[in-house]
Ligand binder design. Structure first.
Ligand code: FMN
Length: 210
């Protein structure tokens, strides 16, 4: 049976599969997950897209270097198929996304051309901000590592100092889309390691108390 669709105002989000947390957390973080059943005809407005990019733009970064770059390819863009062709076969579902956003990390610092060891870390932070902003306004934003980074860089003229990190599928959930494999995946419970395995108090390996 379909789970209820979460509503925010009049905007449909996606089925409620909230994070199981020991204390309440910020709602968009709790409600965010990575759906694959996207609506192949739904659009994302220029304003919504801008909100995602603004959220990323205001992320923190080492030395305020802002090493992230975003290559935005909406469904109707003439070069859309070139980006879709870089996706791993298992990510064919993402071709239904209204917008595909490739994230790129600039590996050197602007001020001295020295390697920036936090470039990928900081690009991940910015991407997380983009994803949470999407959840807050009822959009799906599903990151993917399954794509051919070399092919993407070649196709889109990405300079050497930039590393393609992920492609984020942005769009709207389609509860009517019938795909048994994807539905089966969605029916599985969402899981995470327990806090005591990932958060330590005082020394490595000593779990934070409950
Ligand atoms: C860097 C990265 C790469 C990922 N690659 C893929 C991918 O190639 N295909 C896919 O369907 N999901 C991909 N995901 C989504 C993860 O599978 C998903 O976030 C994880 O299973 C947790 O599920 P949730 O996001 O629904 O909580 C990726 C996520 C991240 C952060």
């Amino acid at each position: 049976m379909e789970r209820p669709i979460v509503m925010r105002g009049t905007t449909s989000l996606y089925p409620a599969r909230p994070a199981d947390t020991s204390v309440p957390i910020h709602e968009p973080l709790a409600l965010r997950w990575s759906p694959r059943r996207l609506d192949a005809s739904a659009t994302v407005s220029p304003r919504e897209l801008r909100a995602l990019l603004e959220a990323a733009r205001w992320a923190p970064s080492s030395g305020n270097e802002q090493p992230w770059r975003f290559l935005v390819i909406p469904r109707e863009h003439p070069r859309r198929s070139e980006l879709e062709d870089t996706l791993a076969p298992g990510n064919a579902w993402a071709k239904r996304a209204a917008v595909l956003i490739a994230t790129l990390a600039k590996g050197t610092r602007a001020k001295n051309n020295e390697p920036n060891r936090w470039a990928e870390h900081d690009t991940g932070i910015a991407t997380a901000c983009l994803i949470v902003q999407a959840a807050a306004i009822g959009l799906v934003a599903h990151p993917m590592g399954g794509f051919d980074a070399g092919a993407l860089a070649r196709s889109f003229g990405v300079p050497d100092e930039y590393t393609p990190m992920a492609v984020v599928a942005v769009g709207r959930y389609d509860p009517a889309l019938h795909d048994p494999k994807l539905e089966e995946r969605e029916a599985k419970p969402r899981t995470r390691k327990p806090l005591r395995e990932i958060a330590f108090l005082g020394s490595f390996g000593d779990p934070v108390p409950d």
